[in-house]
Design a binder for this molecule. Structure first.
Ligand code: SF4
Length: 102
């Protein structure tokens, strides 16, 4: 059995295994770039995550999602811009090629 500690979380005294305190996001699948997870946008947030969040608020618990059938990784904005940059570079090379620029 782990080392259980108590601390104040959102105004409530809660118990937690010491080594897991503050690790929720690290372990939760929702926070691993799931495209359905929009915690800042309640209207469009994943209904599963919203339901789970509401239980956490109502019951004053914290729980990660370990497994989920609906998980799908979002395309990172950075990846999109990298692809765009690559295309711009390639287009530049083609133009330079056509113009005979070395
Ligand atoms: S689909 Fe699953 S992993 Fe994604 S936000 Fe919803 S509950 Fe979390």
């Amino acid at each position: 059995m782990g080392n259980i500690i108590k601390y104040i979380h959102h105004g409530e005294t809660v118990s937690v295994e010491k080594h897991l305190k503050g690790k929720h996001r690290e372990h939760c699948l929702c926070w691993q770039n799931c495209k359905n997870f929009k915690p800042e946008d309640k209207k469009n947030n994943c209904p599963i995550a919203s339901k789970l969040f509401q239980i956490c608020v109502d019951e004053k618990v914290v729980t990660p999602v370990w497994e989920c059938s609906q998980y799908a990784p979002a395309i990172m904005k950075q990846q999109k811009s990298i692809k765009k940059d690559d295309l711009i570079k390639k287009a530049g090379f083609k133009i330079a090629e056509k113009l005979g620029v070395e």
